[in-house]
Design a protein around this ligand. Structure first.
Ligand code: AMP
Length: 351
């Protein structure tokens, strides 16, 4: 067990790191953020910041020496530096979880191996393989970059084979073609797994995306999701066990007439779990910190009868939440509001 007062290293400087640092501080831990950007919003709440490239070995050696444990707040980080750190300081979740989650082809193969069911898919690395993939997958379909996609970036819809050229032009690198899933709902499974393998699960939120960006998450989810949550949770637990996972793991699913279809996983705290700060006995951020520090995990019970999370995106107004009874406002300290940029969120707990 890492005693409070120890230092937790966080790779990545975004809002997830920011909220992890707040949860860590509440438990008496120090956080040290390593991020390349000038305006890291995680650094605003952390005890220390190293502003540097992830590939600088001198920086990494200093960072490893300064930290008692290291975690990461996004999966679009090169695997090499994380593996290098893991040889010098405990890194949770283990880099093998990052390897499984950060590349869509590896992710789908891994999930299929542990019994999960993604949408029909095929790997694509040229215009010719895209044409062959369209034959196998059919249309409508989505072409997604194999790496570095987020919030719908690096994705193109194909309505028919005639869209192949434009889609390849836009994506132009290693990619995955996925059948477009005819889903009734989207939901996620959020679990936290401790170093002793003990696992807790949150109520599965129903997630609504607009333009491929999460807009709202709600618990309790409607019945069609609850009917599929057991199967989806069992898969998330198998994924975690297979990876000997430590920390919060998020898996996104489509609810379909044939049961839960796996979309993607994130080896970290997740936007669809932000409601847990006020809506659950122990937030996803606190349980992640507890897990990586070897503390017992906390209760995930709801604090009310229903909880709703609304993202504040672009120039969405945040002021009304200040005077709304029961609304909890979180702003991420980002400068300029750009279209599609997540600026904060509001959580509403119904008692
Ligand atoms: P992703 O970044 O892959 O999670 O995609 C973002 C959002 O785009 C998802 O949450 C869905 O709303 C939509 N989407 C992605 N892939 C598919 C698919 N194969 N079928 C239907 N909708 C999809």
């Amino acid at each position: 067990m890492l005693t409070p007062g120890s230092t937790i290293g966080i790779l990545g400087g975004g809002q997830l790191g920011r909220m992890l640092a707040v949860a860590a501080a509440q438990l008496g831990y120090r956080t040290h953020v390593l991020a390349p950007e000038a305006d890291s919003v995680a650094a605003q709440t952390a005890a220390s910041l190293t502003r540097a490239d992830y590939h600088n070995r001198i920086v990494l050696a200093d960072f490893a020496a300064a930290c008692d444990v290291v975690t990461y707040e996004f999966e679009n980080i090169a695997l090499g530096p994380v593996e290098w750190l893991a040889e010098r300081v405990p890194v949770h979740p283990h880099p093998r979880a990052l390897a499984a989650a950060q590349e869509r082809i590896a992710e789908k193969r891994f999930v299929e191996r542990v019994g999960g069911r993604p949408a029909r898919w095929a790997a694509v690395d040229s215009r010719e393989t895209l044409i062959a993939a369209l034959d196998h997958v059919g249309t409508p379909a989505v072409l997604k970059t194999a790496r570095f996609g987020y919030d719908g970036k690096g994705q193109m819809r194909l309505h028919g084979p005639a869209d192949a050229d434009a889609a390849w032009e836009a994506i132009g690198g290693p990619a995955v073609l996925e059948a477009f899933v005819d889903f009734s709902h989207e939901f996620s499974i959020l679990i936290a797994r401790g170093q002793d393998g003990a696992t807790v699960r949150y109520d599965p939120p129903q997630n609504v995306h607009v333009d491929a960006i999460l807009r709202t998450s709600r618990v309790p989810a409607p019945q069609p999701i609850l009917d599929q949550a057991e199967e989806a949770t069992a898969l998330a637990c198998r994924i975690a066990a297979e990876l000997d996972y430590v920390g919060v793991l998020a898996c996104e699913f489509f609810a379909t007439a044939d049961g839960p279809v796996f979309n993607e996983m994130a080896p970290r705290v997740h936007n669809s779990g932000h409601w847990t700060i006020e809506g659950a006995e122990t937030s996803q951020f606190e349980n992640h910190i507890r897990a990586i520090c070897g503390l017992p995990l906390g209760s995930t019970a709801l604090t009310g009868s229903a909880v709703a999370l609304e993202n504040l995106i672009g120039d969405d107004a945040w002021q009304p939440a200040l005077t709304e009874p029961g609304a909890h406002l979180h702003l991420y300290g980002k400068g300029a509001a750009r279209p599609g940029r997540k600026m904060g969120h509001v959580t509403r707990v119904q008692r």
